[in-house]
Design a binder for this molecule. Structure first.
Ligand SMILES: Cc1cc2nc3c(=O)[nH]c(=O)nc-3n(C[C@H](O)[C@H](O)[C@H](O)COP(=O)(O)OP(=O)(O)OC[C@H]3O[C@@H](n4cnc5c(N)ncnc54)[C@H](O)[C@@H]3O)c2cc1C
Length: 281
């Protein structure tokens, strides 16, 4: 029997039922889940993550990739890279997984109202950014221009492909996609994501950038924006490190003076720029 204190503990995983899963791209699964029983819903802020527990395998941090305006369910997009994420990608509708959270800092979508917002994503980095895009599109009048610049290695690794096409066609947002390498059948742009900044008019005084992807991609994107005059405190990045407790106790995710689970994962670039330059931090 669990005591009430156990159930309220941030270390206690709550059962969630898998509603639907689909292969996003090879090796990467998106899943919708809902809290089992009479849960109080799943309120989270764009950019936050949950610890997902797969019984018999272990627990991993995964960002929410779904719509924050739909608290009755959560969506996650998971790349199978090791034992726990492989097991997570193999769940089926009807299965039960354990969740605790949400944890961590959020994209500053409310603080940047009135600003032009540039969202820059690399590979699966679009997943933790997608809730912020939903939020800004739902509250479109509250922002200046919205721009989504997305880069992946190749055409086959583009996540949320249909949604990107829909946004490109219908959404009041400038959407551009590039791939590092392409075959002849790719009609779009080829090159790294920072190339997509070229030729775009950016007003640095009122621009905020939200960036997520591999660290090298975030570093080059942040420097490209600094070159355009955007200030480091208006550039936000989302950091990833191995973590265990997610409540600032175990120290596994320590990043310089920060704990990524608590102070991050979203940081303004002025807070972490120095750490980006140090290898092995
Ligand atoms: C805040 C946060 C949000 C995340 N959101 C997502 C998400 O939305 N979707 C997703 O697919 N993954 C996400 N991750 C990464 C995910 O947690 C790791 O891939 C997972 O922990 C790997 O566990 P594993 O047991 O499957 O593999 P392991 O056997 O632990 O590791 C396999 C490989 O991945 C590396 N690795 C493990 N954990 C991390 C990590 N946190 N960062 C970088 N490399 C790592 C290992 O060094 C190893 O090379 C997130 C991580 C953090 C910290």
């Amino acid at each position: 029997m669990h005591s009430k204190a156990d159930i309220a503990s941030p270390m206690h995983p709550h059962p969630f039922r898998v509603l639907e899963t689909w292969e996003e791209i090879p090796g990467c699964t998106t899943m919708r889940v809902e809290q089992a029983g009479d849960g109080s819903g799943c309120v989270f802020m764009p950019g936050q993550f949950y610890m997902i527990y797969i019984f018999g395998h272990g627990e991993v941090p995964i960002s929410v990739s779904g719509d924050p305006a739909k608290p009755e369910e959560l969506t996650f997009t998971v790349m199978a890279v090791g034992s726990v994420t492989r097991a997570l990608c193999a769940v089926n509708p009807g299965d039960t997984i354990g969740l605790r959270g949400p944890f961590g800092s959020a994209w500053p979508v409310d603080e940047v109202k009135g600003h032009d917002v540039i969202v820059m994503a690399g590979g699966l980095g679009l997943a933790p950014l997608r809730p912020s895009i939903y939020h800004m599109l739902q509250n479109r009048d509250e922002y200046g221009s919205l721009t989504l610049l997305y880069g992946t290695r190749q055409q086959q690794s583009i996540v949320f492909q249909q949604e990107l096409a829909d946004w490109h066609r219908d959404a009041p947002m400038d959407v551009a996609v590039t791939v590092d390498t392409a075959g002849r059948d790719w009609p779009g742009k080829v090159g790294v994501v920072t190339e997509l900044l070229k030729g775009r008019s950016v007003d640095p005084a009122k621009t905020t950038a939200l960036i997520c992807g591999p660290e090298i991609m975030m570093r080059f994107s942040a420097y490209a924006l600094l070159d355009l005059g955007v200030t480091a405190d208006n550039i936000h990045v989302s950091m990833e490190r191995n973590m265990k407790c997610a409540i600032k106790m175990c120290g596994r995710c320590q990043y310089g003076p920060f704990f990524i689970c608590h102070d991050g994962p979203v940081f303004s670039f002025d807070r972490v720029e120095r750490l980006f330059k140090i290898r092995e931090v």
